[in-house]
Design a protein around this ligand. Structure first.
Ligand SMILES: Cc1cc2nc3c(=O)[nH]c(=O)nc-3n(C[C@H](O)[C@H](O)[C@H](O)COP(=O)(O)OP(=O)(O)OC[C@H]3O[C@@H](n4cnc5c(N)ncnc54)[C@H](O)[C@@H]3O)c2cc1C
Length: 472
């Protein structure tokens, strides 16, 4: 027998997206909310993260809208020195726990069911007791769409011989004696983090082999700083981005210009990136990573055997005395099979990205739009999907969709005001508080204004070229 519950909003998932959506819904309404999650604590994948994980973009615009996450300080040491703080995994879990207990549960309006698996059709079941609950709800919020696979919970898509030492990067701190070498598998954000942690722990770069099936275009963290001191790099990088796109004569030329203008960076000047996952990095981190010379570019790993690693385009030697570090959980494998759906569809809401790089803002704004606008058509037109990038050229539809949304939002005065006041919004406050007498800042704003339309036109043109290329 299942227990019957009743609520206005049933939210599945208490990761960043579920929490940011619930928080804005909580602020904007008197609604009752039930939140269900299979994990023991809020925070989603951060519960499964490696001990040395941090955000890669500033804490200042991560988390939920109502509660500051940043310490309001710059980092004085380390590879993020001089820039806004990046919350650690432990800080994030404490933060989400605090929001859940002190804000949501203390209000009496929110009920939380951790350790419960949602089975569909308003039913969830406790993993500990087997007890089922059936919920009668007004709206269902599926906050699991953006769930990303992480190394500690995913299954690698290659075979591993039983005698091989193989671990997710989570287990690196458990190593007890020096191995023959470390083989890091994966060129994304977690691969970067594993390499940086090994280097910061004084491992000789020559003892690290880094398997990067694809090189990535990366974002320079200096351009993501939401504070006044960084206006010329942050807001300036938007101007540089629009100029680069608007002035490009081809897609290849666009990437060259984005790099020249400082919007995109890469680890190896000799290798043209083919991947873009929006990983964000500091110049000091790049310099560290460039110390690793054993970079293997032979495609994906297909098997790790006792003496060799087999890759799509060759093989390399290894041994049982090497530690193989799994960083191969990828965005591609997280999202590749998912079919995007409209965010608002009758009594089902599926928060997805409506502004690139900002899942927290995207979820918060979806909740605001849910409350403030009447029809699904109105809501969906304000919340057009921004497709997650994987390949380099995915930068084009992603940026185009983001710019079109931004333009639509700017036409709606109350929404514009709400965005400016939302702490999860990166730069609008910074931009709208520019003193008209500040020549330097006004020059940057002028560059943005002059180049936004040409950039949109060029992205539209490149998008058509991509579609035609795909048809051939
Ligand atoms: C290493 C790393 C660093 C990152 N850094 C940044 C950053 O600096 N800035 C930034 O903006 N973003 C960053 N991100 C991305 C961001 O943290 C979010 O992870 C991302 O948007 C996904 O959040 P989510 O809530 O959708 O997914 P998750 O965190 O995966 O949460 C989904 C939740 O749904 C639950 N769930 C799923 N299915 C069910 C079910 N059937 N029943 C019950 N519960 C279910 C899961 O248990 C989980 O708690 C980073 C991601 C990683 C991996």
């Amino acid at each position: 027998m299942s227990e019957l519950l009743k609520t206005d909003y049933l939210i599945i998932g208490s990761g960043l997206v579920g929490m940011a959506f619930a928080d804005t819904l909580f602020t904007e309404t008197d609604a009752n909310i039930i939140i269900v999650d299979r994990y023991a604590k809020p925070g989603g994948h951060w519960n499964m993260a490696y001990p040395f994980v941090t955000l890669h973009q500033p804490s200042a615009f991560f988390g939920v809208s109502s509660k500051e996450l940043s310490r309001g300080d710059i980092d004085h040491i380390g590879l993020n020195q001089g820039m806004s703080d990046l919350a650690t995994g432990a800080e994030l879990l404490a933060y989400f726990d605090d929001v859940m207990r002190q804000r949501f549960l203390a209000s009496g309006r929110v009920q939380y069911f951790p350790m419960c698996e949602y089975e569909g059709d308003g039913t969830f079941r406790s993993k500990l007791t087997g007890k089922a609950h059936k919920v009668s709800y007004e709206k269902l919020v599926d906050a699991t769409f953006l769930t990303i696979a992480v190394p500690s919970t995913h299954t690698p898509n290659f075979t591993i011989a039983p005698e091989v030492t193989f671990m997710p990067l989570n287990d690196l701190p458990k190593v007890t004696s020096k191995p023959e070498g470390y083989v890091v598998i994966g060129g994304g954000k977690t691969g970067i983090d594993a390499c940086l942690w090994l280097l910061s722990s004084d491992v000789d770069p020559n003892d690290i082999t880094w398997i990067r099936s694809r090189d990535a275009w990366l974002l320079d963290r200096e351009n993501t700083q939401p504070t006044e001191e960084f206006f010329s790099s942050s807001v300036g990088s938007i101007a540089a981005q629009y100029e680069a796109i608007g002035g490009a004569s081809s897609i290849e030329d666009m990437f060259d210009r984005l790099e020249e203008g400082g919007y995109l960076v890469r680890l190896d000047q000799a290798v043209r990136p083919t991947m873009f996952h929006a990983a964000t990095i500091s110049k000091a981190e790049i310099a560290q990573l460039q110390r690793i010379k054993n970079v293997v570019r032979m495609g994906h790993v297909t098997a790790i055997e006792a003496n060799r690693i087999v890759l799509a385009k060759g093989e390399i030697k290894t041994s049982n005395a090497h530690v193989h570090v799994d960083c191969s959980a990828s965005l591609e494998r997280s999202f590749g099979h998912k079919q995007p759906v409209p965010i608002f569809d009758g009594n089902c809401i599926t928060p997805q990205m409506i502004r690139a790089y900002q899942p927290a803002f995207s979820a918060s704004m979806a909740a605001y739009v849910e409350v403030q606008y009447d029809t699904d058509a109105q809501k969906n037109s304000l919340c057009s999907l921004v497709p997650p990038p994987n390949n380099d050229v995915d930068f084009i539809p992603m940026t185009l969709a983001m710019m079109m949304n931004q333009f639509n939002w700017s036409q709606d005065k109350p929404l514009r005001h709400w965005i400016r006041e939302n702490r999860l919004d990166g730069f609008t406050k910074l931009i709208s508080s520019v003193d008209k007498d500040d020549q330097q800042k006004m020059k940057i704003m002028q560059r943005i204004q002059n180049n936004a339309m040409p950039a949109i036109t060029k992205l539209q043109q490149f998008n058509v070229e991509l579609a035609q290329g795909a048809e051939k």
